[in-house]
Design a protein around this ligand. Structure first.
Ligand SMILES: [Zn+2]
Length: 574
């Protein structure tokens, strides 16, 4: 279906003529109808060669143009057009290229009988030495021709000749078969002469790009690179699909690159809903608008139409379609609304900040380039499909908490999202755990939640605050030292921690500063200290710790002077 949907999308974009592609043209050789050169005009804007010349649709061979000699009709680089040798290139090869370029023009002139092409043939045969080549010309620049006022590559007969010539020369078409996309029996493509541009790590420099050769519709969750295959597809359908994909990869509203994977999103009809923005830079306002429109089901906001998404990456010179799926826009909007509800979590100042999948994924690793691509893909899939987040993410988060001995906001949010997304499924499996709907109770401190793991996490945060209050800024807090063991084996460590806290509290009592802390200590105390905590319980422990810490450093009323002092000294870093 992927190729069908792309072919449909191609009706909504401006497509180049067959086997044409956008090319930056740096120079224009202007000749008269007798082939006499009039001038060689620079099209380089503001003298900035890097930004290229004037971009026009010009003959293209996409991926077929590799190291062999393969001239493009009437528009090519200085080696082909003028036989000029660029630095580091072999002269013999360039002369062969130049010869092939001229030969192709001769063929075109003979076949089309166009006076414009004939003039260019004459230019090469009779007037070539009269051309004055400007000093700032670079052999790597692209050049084409104008005969008087006519851009020759734009002539319909030239386009037609090029298509026929290239198809025949490169034997693009094979036997007639039923095309996978249009269903008609037509000669199917043997080779794909187009490049896909914009896939991370694809060969996107110059005229080359990545070839689209795989189109499987495997489940999104399969991360392995599937054996690629060329589907039976006719020339027209393939060209439409490639143009559409390139258009999606050009438009910022339809693609999102995260790491080595690019995600493309599009709908059957044009629509206002911006998935890319919601995933790449969600703001509280955007999320609230989404939640509101989903809640009220406003017809203006919910557009009932089909939605498509694909995840692509590059494998050498090939595009790998890692996953593709179809849904409807209302369903995507509902799922995204739920996604943002899952990750709702308040900081000490009461604010909530929706996070991108990249930031959530990065919180699981010691450095951004260690992120496994599968993790990001999983997050994107869950965000769009509403599937519960896998426990593996919880495992990574808990492991990272223990390694760093802390629970930053990003990771706490991810833990919250995993737990919230899995509540329904675990309840149906008859497991015990959170007794109420976590999306409501775990966004901030829940004093009614009597789960021992959650309370152990809270208790650690209180003990940390007591220590901090009693001895200023310790070089190593109890959390720095004991987070890992408190989170995995609470019974083994909390006895020691509580004794330590009592010593600090005695000091604070003398200074009349213990009341609030003692109250919190009492409130966070679990009925018992479990010997070990399961993965899920360690997730709850982390949230308990995060919530309590936010509570300790929360801005308060003036009457609670003690706490205010504490807050001022601690800052509100949580
Ligand atoms: Zn077809």
């Amino acid at each position: 279906m992927f190729l069908q949907r792309l072919a449909e999308y191609s009706d909504r974009i401006e497509r180049p003529p067959s086997l044409y592609a956008p090319m930056p043209i740096h120079w224009l050789i202007v000749i008269d109808e007798n082939g006499k050169p009039l001038n060689m005009t620079s099209l380089i804007r503001d003298g900035d060669r890097k930004r290229g010349g004037e971009v026009r649709f010009a003959p293209s061979l996409g991926n077929l143009r590799t190291s062999g000699i393969a001239p493009l009709l009437l528009a090519d680089n200085g080696g082909y057009v003028l036989g000029k040798v660029a630095k580091g290139k072999k002269d013999k090869r360039v002369q062969d290229c130049h010869k092939a370029f001229k030969e192709l023009i001769r063929e075109c002139a003979g076949e089309t009988q166009l006076p414009e092409v004939e003039a260019i043939r004459k230019f090469y045969d009779e007037h070539f030495s009269e051309l004055k080549i400007p000093d700032d010309f670079d052999p790597a620049d692209n050049i084409t021709f104008r005969v008087n006022e006519c851009w020759v590559i734009d002539l319909p007969e030239v386009r037609e000749f090029w298509l026929k010539w290239a198809m025949c020369k490169y034997e693009l078409l094979g036997a007639a078969r039923c095309c996978l996309v249009c269903g008609q029996t037509k000669p199917v493509l043997r080779r794909l002469p187009w490049a896909i541009k914009g896939v991370p790590r694809g060969q996107s420099s110059g005229t080359a790009g990545t070839a689209l050769i795989s189109a499987n519709s495997d489940a999104f969750s399969s991360y392995g690179l599937k054996e690629t295959f060329v589907s039976p597809i006719c020339f027209d359908c393939a060209e439409r699909a490639v143009s559409a994909l390139n258009a999606l990869l050009q438009d910022d509203r339809t693609h999102l690159i995260i790491g080595d994977v690019v995600y493309c999103f599009w709908t059957r009809e044009p629509c206002e809903f911006d998935v890319v923005n919601l995933l790449s830079q969600p703001t509280l306002e955007m999320v609230q608008r989404l939640l509101e429109s989903v809640r009220t089901g406003q017809p203006a906001a919910i557009e009932a139409q089909d939605f498509y998404a694909a995840a692509l990456s590059a494998n050498n010179a090939r595009v790998v379609v890692r996953s593709y799926w179809e849904s409807t826009l209302p369903s995507i909007q509902r799922n995204l609304a739920r996604w943002f509800e899952w990750q709702q979590l308040h900081r000490a100042d009461g604010s909530d900040q929706p996070l991108t999948v990249s930031r959530l994924a990065a919180s699981l690793y010691h450095k951004p380039n260690a992120i496994e691509p599968g993790v990001v893909e999983t997050l994107v899939r869950c965000a769009l499909t509403g599937a519960p987040l896998p426990e593996h993410l919880l495992f990574l988060a808990v492991k990272r908490n223990c390694a760093e001995q802390k629970v930053p906001y990003e990771r706490a949010k991810l833990i919250k999202a995993v737990l919230a997304s899995r509540t329904v499924s675990s309840a149906s499996e008859g497991r015990t755990g959170i007794e109420t709907e976590p999306k409501e109770v775990l966004t901030m401190l829940n004093r009614n939640l009597n789960d021992p793991a959650y309370k152990c996490g809270r208790l650690l945060a209180v003990i940390e605050a007591i220590q901090s209050r009693a001895i200023g800024n310790p070089s190593q807090t109890v959390t720095d030292r004991y987070y890992g063991s408190a989170s995995s084996t609470p019974a083994s460590i909390f006895g020691t921690l509580l004794r330590l806290a009592q010593v600090h509290l005695n000091k604070l009592r003398k200074e009349n500063q213990a009341a609030f802390l003692e109250r919190e200590l009492h409130d966070a105390m679990p009925d018992q200290f479990p010997a070990t905590l399961t993965l899920r319980q360690q997730g709850l422990f982390a949230l308990g710790y995060f919530h309590q810490r936010a509570e300790m450093y929360k801005p308060r009323q003036r009457t609670e002077t003690q706490h205010q002092q504490l807050m001022m000294e601690e800052g509100t870093e949580s």
